[in-house]
Design a binder for this molecule. Sequence first.
Ligand SMILES: N[C@@H](CCC(=O)N[C@@H](CS)C(=O)NCC(=O)O)C(=O)O
Length: 235
Amino acid sequence: MPASSVIEVRPPVLDASSEPPPLFDGTTRLYTNFQCPFAQRVWITRNYKGLQDKIKLVPIDLANRPAWYKEKVYPENKVPALEHNNKIIGESLDLVRYLDDHFEGPALLPNDPAKREVAEELLTYTDTFNKTVLTSFKGDAKKESGAAFDHLESALQKFEGPFFLGEISLVDFAYIPFVERYQTFLHEVFGYDILSGRPKLTTWIEELNKIDAYTQTKADPEYYVPLYKKRIMGL
Ligand SMILES: N[C@@H](CCC(=O)N[C@@H](CS)C(=O)NCC(=O)O)C(=O)O
């Protein structure tokens, strides 16, 4: 069985009543939250590279955060954060690259300069993508978010293969946590099927759903659907 297919038991979530792990003892730890799409990017990358034994998951309850997390681990007080070589590193897009550069396992960025260029463009576009879709929840969701999904549909046409760069890469892992949530939310709340008329996006999601490194990180709609309704739509 490839390391990326390991199915893990999720470790217990640490909250305000939990003791910190033995910090800076040489263990590499990914501070995470099972509902956070930013942390999910890094979690998928870790799994896909087969680093389950090398990088320990430390889930944090963000609603009841331990004080030691901000004080001793990550002053930004957000997830994800990685403890590695006595340092703490944050920011999900930096972390997916960091894991790719500093750890073993399949390389997640091709050497081809044309593909690298597209990778950079797409990684830069993630913020605009998220803003466009989230803002659409307050307006004409289908029309306004449609442009963002069309952008992905055309990007998926650039190279041969089902993924953004043809072969799987960290670009796919940067987008899927968000697309997964938006697909469900737009369908449940607005009856909008983002896959309708988007064959490339349809195949992309189908292919990702064949990968254990990803499927076991999927978020629970029971959590994020009400959260988006409340936070973004004020319902
Ligand atoms: N830009 C950061 C965003 C991380 C982020 O916003 N994480 C959220 C959870 S999904 C968080 O930790 N929120 C806690 C807070 O803002 O207090 C990244 O890409 O890693």
